[in-house]
Design a protein around this ligand. Structure first.
Ligand code: MTE
Length: 310
């Protein structure tokens, strides 16, 4: 876990976890005391939230939180299954097939991709549709860089992505919980947005397999299920793709899946969230429109009825 690989940043260029943990301990102490007086049901504003460039100033979750409470149905449906079983996945060598409406279709070796993109650290809020959230220091590159390597044809309107299908190593794929392989999609302008990244690491280390190694999408203004893991195929198309959750239950999961406190999931409210690692008594925090990234992305949806396009 500690080796610096071709998928991650040299340690000097990234956020050391210990630095955060010290600050976090102080904040957790303060929040813990406050929680004694806070009402259990009323959601609170998050006083630590600000966006600095693209990064949030909130305290990141620990690597342990981030890598032990996961959704990755290829390894099972419980939150602990991915950490328990994902070590079986072979992630090197890895290549990504890029096809459809591109100038240079083909199989792109991950090592070659990484030589041609700019890896940065991005500290993003992550909000799951199940109403929990985390703050995650990713290492990765903007998806637009990869799409430009392949060359986008003018008729392309959407990007469709697929996860690896390898049931020998992904035990969940031996069951029919989802229709494999896992599929996700974005509108092309969403995919080209500079907030949309392909993550290759966490805290400057190689991406843990349970988090979608060696290459996973991160779209911070959308619910977490859009962040497809272990990607092996990218197709540019002129048709809106149907994602795996939509295919499973279209009434509950749509194509856009933008974080929106005003549009509830049919079975639960989306107005507030529980920050993982905040402790048992931490008050729920209010969910922000587009997960706090409204100033960056609201224009993409100008004039659209977000109740209809959920
Ligand atoms: N990608 C694949 N291939 N399979 C999955 O089951 N789960 C999604 C998303 N990407 C999933 C996936 C869901 S529901 C969430 S909330 C996030 O991954 C969880 O990412 P994390 O485990 O890194 O927090």
């Amino acid at each position: 876990m500690h080796k610096t690989s071709k998928f991650s940043l040299p340690h000097s260029q990234c956020t050391p976890e210990a630095h955060y943990l010290n600050r976090r301990a102080l904040i957790a102490g303060a929040a813990g005391a406050g929680a004694l007086f806070a009402s259990g049901t009323q959601a609170q504003e998050n006083p630590d939230f600000q966006i600095n460039g693209f990064n949030t100033t909130e305290e990141p979750n620990t690597l342990k939180d981030i890598s032990s409470y996961n959704n990755f149905y290829e390894f099972g449906t419980s939150k602990e299954d991915p950490a328990r079983y994902a070590h079986n996945l072979t992630t090197d060598p890895w290549s990504v097939e890029i096809d459809g409406l591109v100038e240079r279709p083909g199989s792109y070796d991950l090592g070659d991709i990484l030589k041609n993109v700019n890896i940065e650290e991005r500290i993003y809020r992550f909000r799951c549709v199940e109403a929990w959230s985390m703050v995650i220091p990713w290492n990765g590159f903007e998806l637009n860089q990869l799409l430009n390597l392949a060359g986008i044809q003018p008729s392309a309107k959407y990007v469709r992505m697929e996860t690896l299908f390898r049931p020998e190593e992904m035990r969940g794929q031996r069951t029919r919980v989802l229709d494999w392989p896992y599929v996700e999609g974005l509108r092309l302008d969403e995919a080209m947005h500079p907030l949309t990244i392909m993550a290759t690491g966490l805290y400057g280390k190689e991406l843990p397999k349970q988090n979608g190694a060696p290459l996973r999408l991160v779209v911070p203004w959308k619910y977490g299920f859009k962040s497809i893991k272990s990607i092996v195929k990218i197709t540019l198309t002129d048709e809106q793709p149907i994602n795996s959750w939509q295919a499973t239950n279209a009434r509950e999961y749509g194509f856009y899946s933008n974080v929106n406190p005003n549009v509830n999931h049919p079975r639960w409210s989306q107005a507030s969230e529980r920050r993982i690692g905040g402790g048992l008594f931490a008050p729920r925090i209010k969910t922000l429109m587009f997960n706090g990234y409204e100033e960056h992305v609201a224009d993409l949806y100008a004039g659209m009825d977000l109740r209809k396009y959920y």
